[in-house]
Ligand binder design. Structure first.
Ligand code: PGA
Length: 249
């Protein structure tokens, strides 16, 4: 039985002091031992958030990292730095990074490998544009992303990672994929993992849905057999996040 994992993606929101205040506000609302809860926060918020969440059930994630060990990469943050600061998860390949910062699958593959090597759990994002969906190539596109981003990654490591299916047209738009659409692709991703690796790996990997998840649609989405939780943007910055985390209460 896979444990659900519900992660907030704060994106470029919350100054360090706002971040600490939000952690205090949500503290009692996000208690749910049935699920893993993660806040993926801007790099500058990591240290204060790790401190603010000490003794709680919430883990901390980063929103990005670089694949090189260390050195002359001005402005970048390494996996070792994240690990040392108390980070456990890292979002890799969010569509905003792919789009605005031109991150491609070859780069993301290096990031996935480095994160795993450093002992971080990647939350690997994939998803199609509206145009691709309308052309009927959603699953082809996502299979290509998954296969290239995981090239050379061992089954044992894939079993432990998190994949987030985020249809780009549903991110920040208030337009959620229907439960059936979300389940269809999450199931397709699991089938793809079974094909590249094996059934045990596919049964173990956790697959989230992301894209306008809110307190009203979370329970229905998370009830699907292949949806193991959510990656939540906008609603993770509000008290509503507590309702999403406690979707089963
Ligand atoms: P949203 O963002 O929940 O605001 O749609 C999701 C995401 O980009 O991870």
């Amino acid at each position: 039985m896979r444990k659900k994992i519900i992660a907030g993606n704060w994106k470029m929101n919350m100054t360090p002091s706002q971040a600490v205040a939000l952690c205090a506000e949500l503290k009692d609302l996000v208690k749910n031992d049935d699920v893993d809860v993660v806040y993926c926060v801007p790099a500058i918020d990591i240290v204060p958030v790790v401190n603010a969440l000490k003794g709680t059930n919430v883990k901390v994630g980063a929103e990005n990292m670089y694949f090189e060990e260390k050195g002359a990469y001005t402005g970048e943050i390494s996996a070792a730095m994240l690990k040392d600061a108390g980070v456990e998860y890292v979002i890799i390949g969010h569509s905003e990074r792919r789009d605005y910062f031109k991150e491609d699958d070859a780069l993301l593959n290096k990031k996935v490998k480095k994160a795993i090597e450093a002992g971080l759990t990647p939350i690997l994002c994939c998803g199609e544009t509206l145009e691709q969906r309308e052309m009927g190539i959603t699953m082809d596109w996502i299979r290509m992303q998954i296969k290239s981003d995981l090239a050379g990654v061992a089954a044992a490591d894939v079993a432990k990672l998190v994949i987030a299916y985020e249809p780009i047209w549903a991110i920040g738009t208030g337009k959620t994929a229907t439960t059936a659409q979300a389940e269809e692709v999450c199931g397709g991703i699991r089938a793809c993992i079974a094909e590249i690796y094996d059934k045990a790996t596919a049964d173990a990997v956790r697959i989230q849905y992301g894209g306008s998840v809110n307190a009203g649609n979370a329970a229905e989405l998370f009830a699907e057999k292949d949806i193991d939780g959510g990656l939540v943007g906008g609603a993770s910055l509000k008290a509503d996040f507590g309702k999403i985390v406690c979707y089963n209460k």
